[in-house]
Design a protein around this ligand. Structure first.
Ligand SMILES: Nc1ncnc2c1ncn2[C@@H]1O[C@H](COP(=O)(O)OP(=O)(O)OP(=O)(O)O)[C@@H](O)[C@H]1O
Ligand SMILES: [Mg+2]
Length: 291
């Protein structure tokens, strides 16, 4: 175990949710779904991930991505003194799981994306070809990625990548929440422990739902696919694949409201654009109770 990387030192600041972000993140952990956090700079994406790791009591392994990041940085490489694990490999070796965080995934090159693809479909594996090993994520391991859509050239993240993630848009906080965040930052520390307890007590609020509206979800997916192919596509490139429909259904079974599950599971992965999101919500509101 000596080779396992230490978690980056946490600032101690706990993420203050604007809505259900932490609950959804914990649901993704339980359901073994990868999570994407999307939002402008400084809205708390990194803070949310380190809070998630603290709540789960798991080590946090980070890989900040840019155009120089190589697949070998994630997988590992042979060095003169032997094999050195990459960040993904290292995160998968923790016997009790870990939070693996790919920051700025939108900047990563295709060879990195290929690695991410095998870790984010239902197999959750990492092939390490250099020594014919395939690492399998255990049920205590979660992959979280983030990117700032404002930095991405239009449509840089392909649908085949975007559709692998339950996606939370993290906007700027409301004024009241921002005052709390700033005041906490200025006067903090002694409040942090109490904060952690309060956040822990306030999360995991879902109770499972035996009645999953599968028929309506499939109808909705087909409505979205027709829209994406039509002259009124509004620029939506591709309708949702069955993976998204299945994962959305599972989020509803887990206890998320259909509206929240559809938003993070079937709408956000298709688009960041607020006009497009609104059009997709309007279609969903004909089949599901909304707002
Ligand atoms: N909801 C929040 N709860 C607690 N702290 C917050 C929140 N939003 C922002 N902050 C504070 O704002 C600062 C920046 O947050 P953070 O580094 O997590 O942003 P980020 O979204 O990861 O930004 P970037 O995209 O530039 O990496 C930190 O000091 C953080 O504590
Ligand atoms: Mg960050």
């Amino acid at each position: 175990m000596e080779n396992l990387p230490a978690s980056p030192k946490s600032s101690g600041i706990m993420y203050k949710p604007q809505g259900e972000e932490l609950d959804i993140a914990l649901a993704c952990f339980d359901l073994q779904f990868p999570l994407m956090l999307r939002g402008p700079t400084g809205v708390g994406k990194t803070t949310l991930v380190s809070t998630l790791a603290q709540l789960l009591n798991k080590p946090l392994v980070e890989e900040p991505c840019n155009e120089d990041t190589l697949a070998a940085d994630l997988i590992g490489r042979n060095r003169p003194d032997g094999w050195a694990d990459g960040s993904a490999t290292a995160s998968l070796r923790y016997p009790h799981g870990a939070v693996y965080y790919l920051d700025e995934l939108g900047e990563a090159r295709q060879d990195v994306i290929v690695v991410v693809h095998s870790l984010t479909d239902d197999r959750r594996v990492l092939p390490v070809r250099a020594h014919n090993e395939t690492l399998q994520a255990n049920d205590q391991w979660i992959l979280v990625a983030s990117y700032n859509p404002l930095y991405q050239l239009q449509n840089r993240v392909k649908p085949s990548t975007a559709q692998r993630f339950i996606t939370i848009d993290v906007p700027h906080p409301s004024e009241d929440l921002e005052k709390m965040i700033v005041s906490n930052f200025v006067y903090s520390n002694k409040e942090q422990t109490a904060d952690a307890e309060a956040i822990r007590a306030g999360t995991r609020r879902y109770t499972s739902n035996p009645q999953v509206p599968i028929k309506e979800l499939v109808k909705l997916a087909n409505d979205y696919r027709r829209m994406a192919h039509s002259a009124d596509s509004m620029g939506i490139r591709e309708g949702p694949g069955t993976r998204l429909v299945a994962r959305t259904a599972k989020l509803i079974a887990y206890g998320l409201s259909p509206a929240t599950a559809i938003e993070v599971g079937m709408i956000n992965p298709l688009t960041y654009e607020s006009e497009q999101q609104k059009a997709l919500k309007d279609i969903a509101s004909k089949l599901f109770k909304w707002g």
